[in-house]
Write a protein that binds this ligand. Structure first.
Ligand code: PHE
Length: 342
């Protein structure tokens, strides 16, 4: 019991030494000195001791009680007088500055395209990343077993329809939103659709399983190839400078007819040929074409009345070219050394 008392004394004095405000002092009083405090508890045990011991320990307990109370009152008085430094918060001290975040280069290019197309009267739309096989392929003229499906290695979800076919995919392109937006808004329609896409790629410096595209569609009466050409020219000049030229070469995409690959003069060598353009002078950046009549029909639009154009930019590709980024895998790496440069 003597030990208990000594320990209580030491604890109390130690805590008392840290008192900086009256709330804390009051807490100490309750914990140690009040009627139900620790000191009273120990003193309550005195009655169980032998008479001799009781006298000895009782004396010690009383001595400690007096000492603790005196020290308590001293501190209490000092606190009231202000001779103990109260806890101070200096509101004029400068705060901790939080580092600003950085927009990813993909977002920067996306913002630039959104600004441009907004100024041309295009809506900016969105679509689901988890897509049905129907919207991602079938409605775009790629029914099951169509060989063009091989152009896009696909992540299917482990989910089958009533016929036993896998019917949900991580979208391989933003093109399914062409159909969705036609169904929702009808014609005429002008929209771009930026978004994330997925393909089951073996990754390397130019291929990534998760990447971004910006789809564009424009549907109205008498939309023709010259509209497509001028739109793509405007984009090239906006992103890569006024002197940028466009060349369009035929390419097969099942959902456009005719279809083509849009290529821009290499911004680095101005068409002379260099490492970036693989010495061709041209950079392949956008798939495009006039929307196939069946695709318009799938979207509920009459191809006898309306025609349309569609294009799809690879956003990672655009950002790589614009900011001279050599490896597409950097975008998903989460590496701050990379991101903080933008
Ligand atoms: N969706 C095509 C792709 O991912 C690009 C494209 C879009 C082509 C629109 C034509 C029209 O390769």
């Amino acid at each position: 019991m003597k030990n208990k008392l000594e320990k209580l004394r030491a604890d109390f004095l130690q805590e008392l030494g840290q008192v900086k405000n009256s709330e804390y002092l009051r807490e100490l009083e309750l914990k140690y000195l009040s009627r139900k405090g620790e000191l009273s508890l120990i003193m309550g045990e005195l009655k169980d001791l032998s008479v001799d011991l009781r006298r000895e320990v009782g004396e010690l307990a009383n001595k400690i009680k007096v000492e603790l109370q005196t020290r308590f009152e001293e501190v209490s008085r000092q606190l009231a007088e202000g001779s103990i430094k109260k806890e101070l918060i200096d509101v004029t001290l400068p705060g901790e500055t939080l580092a600003d975040g950085h927009l990813s280069p993909i977002t920067l290019v996306q913002n630039e395209l959104e600004d441009l197309f907004n100024s041309l009267g295009f809506m900016i739309l969105d679509g689901p990343e988890l897509e049905s096989d129907y919207y991602n392929f079938t409605a775009l003229n790629m029914p099951p077993t169509h060989p063009a499906r091989d152009m896009q290695d696909t992540f299917y979800l482990d989910h089958k329809n009533k016929e036993g076919q896998y019917d949900l995919v991580m979208r391989t392109q933003t093109s399914p939103v062409q159909i969705r937006s036609m169904q929702k808004y009808g014609a005429p329609l002008k929209a771009i659709i930026p978004g994330r896409c997925f393909r089951c790629e073996a990754t390397d410096a130019r291929h990534e399983h998760t990447f971004y595209q910006v789809e564009g569609i424009m549907i109205d009466k008498n939309i023709n190839f010259s509209h497509l050409k001028s739109l793509l020219e405007i984009v090239g000049q906006r992103l890569f400078g006024a002197g940028t030229k466009l060349r369009m070469r035929p390419k097969f995409f099942p959902f456009v007819e005719p279809g083509n690959n849009g290529e821009y003069t290499c911004f680095l060598c101005q068409g002379k040929g260099c490492r970036v353009c693989k010495y061709t002078g041209w950079l392949e950046i956008v798939g495009a074409g006039l929307i196939h009549p069946d695709v318009l029909r799938a979207g509920g639009i009459d191809p006898e009345v309306y025609s349309g154009l569609a294009f799809g930019f690879g956003l990672n590709r655009l950002a790589m070219l614009k900011y001279n980024i050599s490896d597409v895998r950097l975008f998903n790496s989460g590496d701050l050394k990379f991101l903080e440069q933008f």
